[in-house]
Design a protein around this ligand. Structure first.
Ligand code: UD1
Ligand code: UDP
Length: 357
């Protein structure tokens, strides 16, 4: 069986690392990796291939940046050509990025079965590009691998019931596997002590296209007087520069370059709290039992909010300040992300061993 895997953005490299390890155990499956180039800086792309030992992509489209239409359109054109040449038995896509959407549309139009890992998630906010990508991808996929029960229910509500499997979250598999194997020196390198800093990430389109939103967030972080460690996504760096906020932020926050996954897991497990607008980081906060303050007004990982471990504060200055001080849930038990064996289940199901829901 030949699978064409489409990746392009940081979280997809991390997801594909753990699933590729499982695929490699099966000599009857040949995986060909196609990197769209959506993320391209060394610390947004190469670092993950190197440290997580992801098989080298056979193709790199080098479609670096650009508008939604430019990225997605060019990806579709190139993925289509490669799919026609390679004639894969399936196209494997992850999550909700423009690379996901491009892979889904090519597969559907060429009648190549699409395997969507991380299917069924919904924020119910169609202003988010990711929400559009998820809805489209789920509607054309043959295999829909859901990370949570909520995701399965979301699909049922949209009358998508065929090919749906609740397997658990492969990012949980990943955090267990790579977290246990980590020898990160990131704390020493940055002179950080365990439980003395708050880890923050910001990159969401809604927070980076609006000067008002980004200033509210940055001002609240500064005014909290906490030690804030901020591995800065290139998009956010550019926005801070464009809005004349970069110097101010740099003088009061500990801004560092984006880090590799192993360093990120170490930063997360040693943080006092986590503030983020990332999807993946919200769950990882839960995995390492840290309170999570989410800089959005919706989340597709709603179970973390329902459990009381995560709070949505959007870009509200007062709410951010208040939760930095007062949001201190005790994270005892989370059982919404499966048993750490999502990858094994996915590969077994793809191979025809249907033990799904
Ligand atoms: C993308 C995904 C988002 C995901 C995020 C993970 C879409 C619509 N968005 O958002 O779902 O959460 O990746 O991080 O697919 N840039 C660089 N170097 C890089 C990468 C990006 O400079 O290596 C800059 C470029 O100016 C680029 C901008 O960041 O135009 C935005 O990148 P893009 O991939 O379009 O969106 P993200 O915000 O990264
Ligand atoms: N991450 C990382 N280095 C960083 C920031 C994040 O390795 O500097 C990891 C993080 O641990 C998580 C994933 O990237 O596994 C989340 O990706 P991101 O926040 O870019 O996207 P999202 O999950 O929101 O789509």
């Amino acid at each position: 069986m030949k699978i064409l895997t489409i990746v392009g953005a940081r979280p997809q490299f991390i997801k594909s690392a753990i699933l590729s390890l499982e695929i490699l155990k099966h000599s009857n499956i040949q995986e060909i990796i196609l990197h769209t180039g959506q993320h391209y800086d060394d610390n947004m792309s190469n670092i993950f291939f190197e440290e997580l030992k992801i098989p080298k992509p056979k193709y790199n489209l080098n479609i670096n940046g650009g508008s939604h239409g430019f990225q997605t359109g060019n990806m579709i054109i190139e993925i289509e050509k490669i799919t026609q040449d390679e004639k894969p038995d399936a196209i494997l896509i992850y999550g909700d990025t423009n690379s996901t959407l491009a892979g889904a549309l090519v597969g559907a139009k060429l009648h190549v079965p699409v395997i969507h890992v991380e299917a069924g998630l919904r924020s119910f906010d169609k202003a988010m590009p990711e929400e559009i990508n998820r809805i489209c991808a789920d509607n054309v996929s043959k295999f829909l691998f859901c990370p949570t029960k909520v995701a399965v229910d979301n699909l049922i509500h949209e009358n998508i019931t065929k090919g749906v499997f609740m397997v658990g979250d492969i990012m949980y598999d990943s955090a267990i596997y790579f977290g246990n194997n980590s020898k990160s020196k990131i704390l020493e390198k940055n002179n950080l002590k365990s439980n003395e800093y708050i880890l923050t990430t910001i990159h969401r389109e809604a927070n980076t296209i609006s000067k008002e939103k980004l200033s509210n967030i940055i001002n609240a972080l500064i005014d909290s007087k906490e030690k804030i460690v901020l591995p800065l996504h290139p998009r956010t760096k550019k926005a801070l520069e464009d809005f004349d906020l970069y110097e101010k932020a740099k003088n009061s926050l500990k801004i560092i370059d984006p880090v590799g996954y192993l360093d990120m897991l170490a930063l997360e497990s040693n943080a006092k709290k986590i503030i983020t607008d990332s999807g993946g980081v919200q769950k990882e906060a839960c995995f390492v039992k840290k309170p999570c303050i989410t800089l959005r007004n919706s989340t597709e990982w709603i179970e973390t909010v329902t459990a009381g471990y995560n709070i949505l504060v959007d870009s509200d200055y007062n709410k951010i300040l208040d939760t930095i001080k007062n949001f201190n849930p005790k994270i005892t038990n989370y059982n919404f992300y499966g048993d750490g064996k999502a990858c094994e289940k996915i590969v077994n199901i793809i191979q025809g061993d249907y033990n799904g829901i």
